[in-house]
Design a protein around this ligand. Structure first.
Ligand code: SAM
Length: 406
């Protein structure tokens, strides 16, 4: 039993999902505007990431079922308070190997493991993430899931995480460096992800696809194929789940899902191209192109369907069931359309028209026989498989008929 009284800072006991944990008391770490600043606390715990962890445990449970795994082994090398590791153990029945470089985090996580009575299933130690994952690999641990949840970019940990996966497993990564990933900090994007920067009108999807593409490229260099199981954008971060399977042929196949993301600032075209210095296929203007990035589906529909069922069954234990259900339902519709979303406000500004409701545009495109849906990326966005001239004509028709605006 770890002695609770040894903590040299004020604490609070809270519940998140199916676990109860001790955290640094948020009231002691508020900014002058009253907002809690998790980075100021001696150990990092961000309640807003409860949603990210909800999705993580549901995906783990669904993946276990789909892959027919008898035992779920999770590695979490950047564990903070231990909340994620605990939720994997308690809510997905996983065996978890966790680490953190900060001794205060490890101490608090040990207390939290004790509180939840899972000392036999969650092990934590003080270690550097990369050294920890390399050590587990040497000792023969074969993770079903490696979950990277760092401050900022997961790039420094991705190579070792990939190598720590045996024949088959899932790499999950959160990235909070959304400014580089969405093209706003071009030098950091080149440095961290080896990506040619540009700003598209679909910057949140660009961020998700760049991280997914980076995982695919790094996996290929270690002779793993990578299949994107789920990838989304929420709050201020990007989250990608990729299933890795060893094999040079698989690696070659997954590399074929890479390309460059394109945006034409003159006619609003959005799409993918194979070479970055291509001109717009519709108006011949120079395209803004970024990549390499992933150009395939953002989720596996079977997995998402199962996750929806599991979420529904656990609606009372998740930290935000309504939000989880909404994201999964939206992603379920979105993943069949791979073309990037359109920002309707940008397109309407190019066409010098007022913006109709995105749902009306979706309806009009569906009426014409195309697939179309709203997008979780942006309330002003929609995605469709309709060719660009059809999208433009549809809007021009709506302008002419005076369709109600948003
Ligand atoms: C964003 S927090 C993790 C939050 C946690 N995964 C959760 O869901 O609440 C990142 C953690 O990584 C730890 N960290 C930073 N660099 C590290 C490294 N090189 N090796 C291991 N841990 C590290 C920090 O101490 C911090 O606790």
């Amino acid at each position: 039993m770890v002695a609770l009284h040894e903590l040299p800072y004020p604490t609070k006991r809270i519940r998140e999902g199916g676990v109860e944990i001790l955290i640094p008391d948020p009231n002691a770490y508020r900014r002058s505007d009253g907002v809690y600043e998790p980075a100021w606390a001696p150990v990092f715990y961000n309640p807003r990431m409860g949603f990210n962890r909800d999705i993580a445990v549901i995906l783990a449970a669904a993946y276990r079922e789909l892959a027919g795994l008898e035992k779920l082994v999770v590695v979490e090398p950047l564990a903070g308070s231990g909340v994620r590791a605990l939720r994997y153990a308690v809510e997905a029945g996983a065996y978890v190997y966790a680490a953190d470089i900060d001794p205060d985090a490890v101490h608090l996580a040990r207390i939290n493991i004790d509180i939840n009575g899972v000392t036999d299933r969650v092990k934590i130690e003080r270690a550097d993430a990369n050294e920890f994952m390399a050590k587990l690999r040497r000792s023969g641990v074969k993770p079903s899931i490696v979950d990277l949840d760092p401050f900022g970019s997961p790039a420094p940990f991705i190579d070792v995480a990939i190598q720590s996966i045996g024949v088959r497993g899932v790499l999950a990564a959160t990235a909070t460096d959304t400014a580089p990933l969405s093209g706003a900090h071009s030098r950091a994007l080149r440095r961290r992800y080896d990506v040619k920067p540009a700003r598209t009108a679909w910057e949140k999807e660009q961020a998700v696809r760049i991280l997914a593409g980076y995982i695919i490229r790094r996996a290929a260099s270690h002779e793993y194929g990578a299949r994107i199981l789920l990838a989304y954008y929420a709050d201020y971060y990007v989250r990608v789940y990729a299933e890795l399977r060893r094999g040079a042929g698989r690696a070659d196949d997954s590399l074929s899902s890479l390309g460059y993301g394109a945006y034409c600032p003159y006619c609003g075209y959005t799409g993918y191209i194979q070479q970055p210095d291509t001109r717009c296929p519709y108006c011949s203007a120079p395209l803004q192109a970024t990549g390499p990035l992933y150009t395939g589906p953002l989720c596996d529909p079977r997995l998402v369907q199962l996750m929806r069922r599991i979420a529904e069954e656990r609606r009372h234990t998740l930290s935000d069931y309504e939000r989880v259900a909404k994201l999964l339902s939206r992603l379920g519709e979105e993943c069949s359309i791979v073309k990037p979303y359109y920002r309707l406000d940008r397109l309407c500004s190019l066409l010098r028209m007022n913006m109709p409701k995105p749902a009306k545009v979706v309806e009009a495109l569906r009426y014409k026989g195309y697939r179309a849906t709203l997008t979780h990326f942006d309330p002003r966005g929609f995605r469709t498989d309709a060719p660009h001239p059809v999208v433009v004509n549809t809007l021009v028709e709506m302008r002419a008929s005076g369709t109600r605006q948003a």
